[in-house]
Write a protein that binds this ligand. Structure first.
Ligand SMILES: Nc1ncnc2c1ncn2[C@@H]1O[C@H](COP(=O)(O)OP(=O)(O)OP(=O)(O)O)[C@@H](O)[C@H]1O
Ligand SMILES: [Mg+2]
Length: 334
């Protein structure tokens, strides 16, 4: 079981309140992703849950039991970091066995768990190698293996893939999702990567200066961001935000339109501008349109065959029912 509840959890370092009191419920078996700008408190929150930092206020419940004062080892959670910190002189097998050996587990049980973890992570053929003889992705899998053998009630991942190159990241992302499908163990996962957040999460928690801005499924956050911060944070490329007359026309202080919800035409439309940079990716084209008088640049995403280039005069038309409206506080209107 791995239900985690934060009740009024706050963290101060000296006089600095990094996390004002917050509440959060993580259901057993859920895949929860924490996102937010650098320094917003994602790692701190994860470390509070793991017990690597003490809370300044509030309670942490694991499966309904107060674990606030429990040591990290007693909480039954396993943490996987960005820097996987394997022991270079030990084989993969010994690295994976390490936490079990420290706990004094009997050898037969250790072997059973190593076999199972190696199988789940496609490491069976690498058990006798040293970390130096592995690729980055394989090393990260060993670090995950070391977490799996503890049979934790939840996994806590802090940007586990950020040291890997793009292709490996995609592979590992799928592997972690498959692992979650198989183990059905609660996972809390911190990432900067939009695609990881959108594709892996059952539930995304958007943090900003230690506060929770919104909790919801990836699509809820994409379709109905609660405020302009979430609107701008979720989605890549970012949502276009407009103020002034463009927003007033819709009865809002700020309006937001995602790049994929703006049509681009060489002949007719609502807003006139000129193509600055154009990026042709094959699958998509991105246009950064300038001189509209509405915003410095407007990002437009269209299909890969749209063929417009730097300097072209273009017309943009937002899809009316995809326009997000925000009031003077940045809160969603309606
Ligand atoms: N031990 C500490 N003492 C004082 N301040 C700290 C300590 N650890 C973290 N902080 C501060 O707490 C804030 C949150 O840090 P944290 O590492 O949780 O951010 P983060 O969201 O994980 O950022 P990143 O995305 O860059 O990893 C930062 O302002 C950081 O400087
Ligand atoms: Mg961090």
């Amino acid at each position: 079981m791995g239900r985690i509840t934060l009740e009024g959890v706050a963290k101060r370092f000296g006089d600095v309140e990094v996390i004002p009191p917050l509440n959060l419920d993580i259901e057993d078996g859920e895949f929860v992703v924490f996102v937010g700008p650098s320094g917003c408190g994602k790692s701190t929150l994860l470390r509070l849950i793991a017990g690597l930092e003490d809370v300044s206020d509030g309670r942490i419940l694991i499966d309904g039991k107060d674990a606030t004062d429990e040591s990290p080892a007693k909480r039954g959670l396993a943490m996987v970091f960005q820097s996987y910190a394997l022991y270079p002189h030990m084989s993969v097998r010994k690295n994976i066995a390490f936490p079990m050996k420290m706990a004094g587990m009997d050898q037969a049980e250790q072997d059973r768990r190593i076999e199972a973890a190696a199988k789940a992570l496609n490491l069976t053929n690498y058990l006798d190698r040293k970390p130096g003889q592995l690729s980055g992705g394989q090393r990260q899998r060993v670090a995950i293996g070391r977490a799996i053998v503890r049979e934790p009630s939840a996994f806590l991942f802090d940007e586990p893939l950020s040291n890997l190159d793009a292709a490996l990241r995609v592979g590992m992302r799928l592997e972690i999702s498959e692992l979650h499908n198989r183990l059905k163990t609660t996972m809390i996962y911190v990432t900067h990567d939009q695609v990881e957040a959108m594709t892996m999460a059952d539930k995304i928690v958007v943090l900003h200066a230690g506060r929770i801005e919104q909790v919801g499924s990836p699509l809820e956050l994409y379709l109905r961001p609660k405020n302009a911060f979430v609107a701008a944070f979720i989605g890549s490329p970012k949502m276009n935000l407009f103020t002034g007359a463009a927003a007033a026309e819709y009865g809002a202080t700020t309006i937001g339109v995602r790049p994929e919800h703006i049509a681009i035409s060489p002949t007719a439309g609502k807003w006139q501008g000129r193509v600055g940079v154009s990026e042709h990716l094959g699958s998509d084209s991105f246009f950064y349109v300038e001189d509209t008088g509405l915003a410095e640049t407007i990002t437009v995403r269209s299909d890969g065959e749209v063929n417009m280039h730097h300097g072209d005069t273009v017309w943009l038309t937002p899809t009316e029912d995809k326009i997000h409206k925000f009031d003077a506080n940045g809160d969603r209107i309606q």
